[in-house]
Design a binder for this molecule. Structure first.
Ligand code: DX5
Ligand code: ZN
Length: 221
């Protein structure tokens, strides 16, 4: 099933609660919340208190993307703040098995993300416990970058492995997803599409989400 997850990185931060509520009305499935610590990536965004402050503004599933160096330390904070799905980077300094277990123990679903240069095989050991694998389609850190088509081989590899094992793990892509790139990603096997600029930058958010979904549905098989 195709899911659209607008990234608040491109939203109006002065009205974050209203932006979250608006995305629900526009037909989004998830709300993608990009947490950056200025260490794992060269940028700082927001943390658990900000997520908590908008939790009662929408029923959307909170898809929290942790681009932070020590995710294990903060899993409980994000779970308490209302995260539903917590994705951390395999390249971070926390042990992946412990971090996955912690996320699940806190009552959330777990995702692992890989940067463009990290091989897909790095997450194979954890697939059985994961809700989702996030294949970054740009170097993490900033919105508005161009989609890297070379990452699609990894999406294909992961989709094949997930099928081979009879699992139903979602594959998310994040970075530069728009009307021109969404079909390439869905055709490769991605079914959760993050879009920042393409949704928040559109004059009509409902149409932007519907268009992305329609293109992805046609291309995904
Ligand atoms: C990048 C973030 C993305 C970003 C996507 O590090 O993880 O979620 O906001 O933005 P667009 O869709 O504008 O590339
Ligand atoms: Zn993200």
């Amino acid at each position: 099933m195709i899911k659209i997850s607008p990234s608040v990185l491109a939203s109006d931060f002065s009205a974050l609660g209203a932006e979250a509520a608006r995305m629900e009305k526009c037909g989004a499935d998830y709300l993608h919340l990009d947490v950056m610590d200025g260490r794992f990536v060269p940028n700082i965004t927001f943390g658990a208190p900000v997520i908590k402050s908008i939790r009662n503004k929408t029923n959307l599933i909170f898809d929290v993307h942790l681009m932070i160096d020590e995710p294990l330390k903060y899993i409980e904070d994000f779970a308490k703040a209302g995260a539903d799905l917590i994705t951390f980077h395999i390249e971070s300094s926390s042990p992946a098995d412990e971090t996955v277990n912690k996320i699940i123990d806190c009552g959330c679903k777990a995702g692992i993300s890989i940067k463009p240069k990290t091989p897909a095989e790095e997450v194979f050991d954890y697939l059985d416990s994961l809700e989702m694998v996030l294949v970054m389609t740009v170097e993490p850190g900033f919105g508005g970058q161009s989609f890297m088509p070379e990452t699609m081989e990894k999406v294909k590899t992961l989709r094949a492995e997930i099928k081979r094992r009879g699992l139903s793990v979602d594959i998310q892509v994040d970075g530069g997803i728009n009307e021109k790139t969404v079909e390439i990603a869905a055709a490769a096997g991605a079914n959760v599409l993050v879009a920042g600029s393409a949704v928040f930058g559109a004059a009509d958010g409902t149409k932007a989400i519907a268009d992305l979904r329609a293109l992805a549905e046609k291309a995904y098989n």
